[in-house]
Write a protein that binds this ligand. Structure first.
Ligand code: TEU
Ligand code: CA
Length: 539
């Protein structure tokens, strides 16, 4: 078994985790200060969103120097200290590898932009105008065209994200060589691996407007594995929005020496109108969610490895998105935790998820920070959408929801900072915070702590087969994990209505492992579940 197969990974968005020097921005020393908390939770790895030098056009996902730390987060000495102190606690540090693009302030791009015959010109993707216009109608994820015109050289450069995030040209072997050298610089520091940003976009076929899962994708990843990862006992997880079961197998089949696992997003897109964007809302259909998650559990389960997540720094908070953060916040937050953590794969916890942090609605776009949101708002206003509709979409799906400062206690600024935070703290920090959670033995925190411990102690949860039960039930999400002579049964009432059901025709009161209610036992032949009531029993 690989260490990351029974690990639980905690994602930190450094800007919002803990400020240590009173500038309102989270930093590395702040994370070091909170390592004891993470050790208490029981996690084994931290995925650190980017901390490299960056002009912060996309909060660090626009890197201007891969081997220097952003001064507002601290120094390379702080980074070395974090790696060392985490290692002493048995916690691996997973760095965020953003190599589909750099910042336009990276010296490679500064050079590339100098002239058509600069040695770095082919580090990026430049094209001549076509009939005096953009080379194609490709659009950016952050609104507008994916092509930016450079007056100097009379050419366009490609940027699938902001215009300050030019795409690297992976067809160029010099680019790949420099990237692998940089990766080994970090691996030699003893990091635990990489999360790979939009890694399925590095191979493109622009003549056919293909910008992900391009023809050389697996060739590049196998070369990367050969030149870097394979030398180390590390974990890699690819962010692959376009993943299918087939590509998921290609990425995570150990025999292919590519990645340890991927983040697939099929479940995350189930509340958007088909063929449209995340901003075009549609209610979640539980039967669809069960089908998608069961498919990834069963079809990837043996020849690959799943990641398991509800949240990250790009998604709204799950308890607000698909739970009920008003009347059943604790119950529904625990339901999501129990449902996810008994599945097969490596679970990820996003900072604040373990205490049930919620979205924070805004009334006006001036309260928004994220470039994706700000660009979307402007684009949809110009297209004639009504302002309230756009704000509703932003409050439902905007990335700032995940990026509000971590809520540590009920003192000023939730003890995140001693000054004014870069993004305001959710006003509900007075009742939703770590201090309260640690003092309350029935808090969401202790549910997560127990789930993490269970995974470490039970091979059934690592290797057991998954079987979905009641696939068509509109409110019940139930599944089994079987391994050798053990069966673990998870049942959730994924709804706001009490639900009764019978799972067997004879009374069966197996050992209760965990529940989000005060019940001490469940009779599977005669179940009556309160809204969001969830339990796991072992047979
Ligand atoms: O995200 C990739 C990505 O496509 C997301 O921006 C997603 O499309 C959008 O947020 C809708 O949910 C990665 C990083 O996770 C994200 O933070 C960066 O902004 C992006 O790449 C560019 O590096
Ligand atoms: Ca700071």
């Amino acid at each position: 078994m690989k260490w990351w197969q029974n690990a639980v990974v905690y994602q930190i968005y450094p800007r919002s985790f803990q400020d240590s020097n009173g500038d309102g921005i989270g930093d590395l020393q702040g994370i070091i200060k909170r390592l004891n908390y993470l050790e208490l939770l029981g996690i084994n790895a931290i995925w650190l969103s980017p901390v490299y030098q960056s002009p912060n056009d996309d909060n660090g996902y626009d890197i201007s120097n891969y081997q220097a730390i952003n001064a507002e987060f601290g120094t390379m000495k702080d980074m070395d200290e974090l790696i060392e102190k985490a290692r002493k606690k048995g916690i691996h540090i997973i760095m965020d590898l953003v190599v589909n693009h750099t910042s336009d302030e990276h010296n490679w791009f500064v050079e590339s932009k100098q002239s058509r015959d600069n040695e770095y010109r082919e580090y990026y993707i430049w094209r001549d105008p076509v009939d005096g216009k953009r080379p194609s109608d490709l659009t950016s994820s952050f609104s507008g065209s994916a092509w930016e015109f450079d007056e100097e050289s009379g050419q366009y450069y490609l940027h699938m994200f902001s215009k300050k995030q030019p795409d690297l040209n992976w067809e160029n072997p010099a680019v790949r060589k420099d990237i692998y050298e940089m990766m080994n610089f970090w691996l030699d520091k003893g990091i635990g691996g990489f999360r790979m940003d939009v890694i399925d976009q590095i191979s493109k076929d622009l003549e056919n407007n293909v910008t992900n899962n391009g023809p050389r994708l697996h060739e590049f990843i196998q070369e990367m594995n050969q030149e870097t990862i394979r030398q180390y006992d590390v974990m890699t997880v690819g962010e692959t929005w376009g993943a299918t079961i087939d590509s998921g197998k290609k990425f995570s089949d150990p025999k292919r020496n590519e990645l340890s696992m991927i983040f697939q997003f099929e479940h995350i897109t189930l509340d958007e109108q088909p063929g449209k964007s995340k901003w075009d809302l549609k209610p979640l259909n539980l039967v669809e969610l069960k089908k998608v998650l069961a498919k990834w559990q069963v079809e990837l389960g043996d020849s690959g490895w799943n990641s398991l997540f509800w949240n990250n720094h790009d998604t709204p908070r799950i308890v607000s998105r698909w739970g009920n953060d008003q009347n059943y916040r604790v119950e529904s937050a625990k339901m999501f935790a129990i449902l996810l953590h008994f599945m097969k794969g490596t679970p990820y916890i996003y900072q604040g998820e373990e205490i049930g942090m919620t979205n924070q609605p805004i009334k006006d776009i001036s309260e928004a920070s994220d470039i994706e949101t700000v660009n979307l708002y402007r684009e949809r206003l110009e297209l004639g959408y009504n302002k309230e509709e756009i704000i509703k979409s932003i409050n439902t799906k905007g990335r700032d929801n995940a990026r509000r400062p971590m809520q540590w206690d009920n003192t000023q600024q939730a003890d995140f900072t001693t000054s004014i935070p870069w993004l305001s703290v959710n006003p509900n920090y007075d009742r939703i915070n770590v201090k309260q959670a640690l003092e309350d033995k029935s808090s969401i925190f202790y549910t997560y702590q127990q789930l993490i411990k269970l995974r470490k102690e039970n091979p059934s949860l690592v290797f057991g087969d998954f079987k979905l039960l009641l696939p068509d039930h509109p409110a019940i999400f139930a599944y089994e994990r079987t391994y050798q002579n053990e069966t673990w049964l998870v049942v959730a009432n994924f709804s706001e209505e009490p639900t009764s059901l019978s799972l067997t025709d004879q009374s069966d009161k197996s050992q209760l492992i965990i529940s989000n209610s005060t019940r001490k036992s469940y009779d599977l032949s005669d179940l009556y579940l309160e809204p969001y009531e969830t339990f796991c029993i072992k047979k």
